[in-house]
Design a binder for this molecule. Structure first.
Ligand code: DX5
Ligand code: ZN
Length: 228
């Protein structure tokens, strides 16, 4: 189970230190939300910020979430800035396949995100080509929103495809994740959990990550069988 704090909820006056805090607190990944003010109604930060933060969290896997209308011009700058994985959105339709190959050619892992209003079947043509499928559990653009429970069946479907087709993409959720919703998502089949407010708002982020990881493990269907 992967816990990925989202830097969008960090103290923006000290992003490097906050990334270092996440690493010291036992995070597995750092989730970096890139918003262009066009694909989503908000602007966050660019590749220069990611490059500046990178040395402060050398051991974390950088999970770069591109909520951008023209990602093709951004792939190389974020790859150079230290991204380990680049996530693009299925809503980009015919752009998706060329983008997947461009990300692979940059030697990075590929993630595909699906927004709440979008049917999970939008991901079907790409399942064999991706390393991670992200089921958004809020409408993208802001942190601190409430979890959309109607997204849970999409997680179950994505997990069923993964088992049925013997694929091993990770199943990530993002938006409104806390200890209660992490349990529901783990039970549905998710194994990678992005959390902004629930982690960066905590003075003792280490304890918060431990608690969230335990909540995920305790509701992991694979472990549920072991418990009986
Ligand atoms: C929203 C972003 C999320 C967000 C999560 O568009 O993709 O990563 O930062 O923040 P919380 O956990 O506060 O909902
Ligand atoms: Zn995100």
């Amino acid at each position: 189970m992967i816990i990925a704090p989202s830097l969008l909820a960090a103290d923006f006056t000290r992003l490097g230190k906050e990334a270092g805090r996440a690493q010291r607190s036992g995070a597995d990944w750092l989730h970096l939300d890139i918003m262009d003010g066009q694909f989503v109604p908000n602007i966050s930060f660019g590749s220069a910020v990611v490059a500046a933060v990178r040395p402060h969290a050398k051991n974390l896997f950088f999970d770069v979430h591109l909520m951008c209308g023209k990602p093709e011009i951004l792939l190389e700058p974020f790859a150079k800035a230290g991204a380990d994985q680049i996530i693009i959105h299925a809503e980009l339709d015919e752009q998706v396949l060329p983008l997947i190959w461009k990300i692979k050619n940059l030697g990075k892992k590929v993630g595909l995100a699906v927004n709440p209003p979008t049917a999970i079947t939008a991901a079907l043509p790409f399942l064999e080509k991706i390393d991670l499928l992200l089921v958004m559990t809020v409408n993208p653009g802001f942190g601190g929103q409430s979890f959309i429970h109607e997204c849970l069946p999409k997680i179950q479907q994505a997990d069923a495809w993964r088992r049925g087709k013997k694929l091993n993409y990770r199943l990530e959720v993002d938006g409104g994740i806390n200890n209660a919703t992490v349990a529901e998502c783990a039970r549905a089949g998710a194994d990678t959990f992005v959390a902004g407010t629930a982690l960066f708002s905590q003075r003792n982020m280490g304890a918060a990550i431990k608690k969230m990881r335990k909540a995920a493990h305790d509701h992991d269907p694979a472990f549920a069988d072991l418990k009986v």
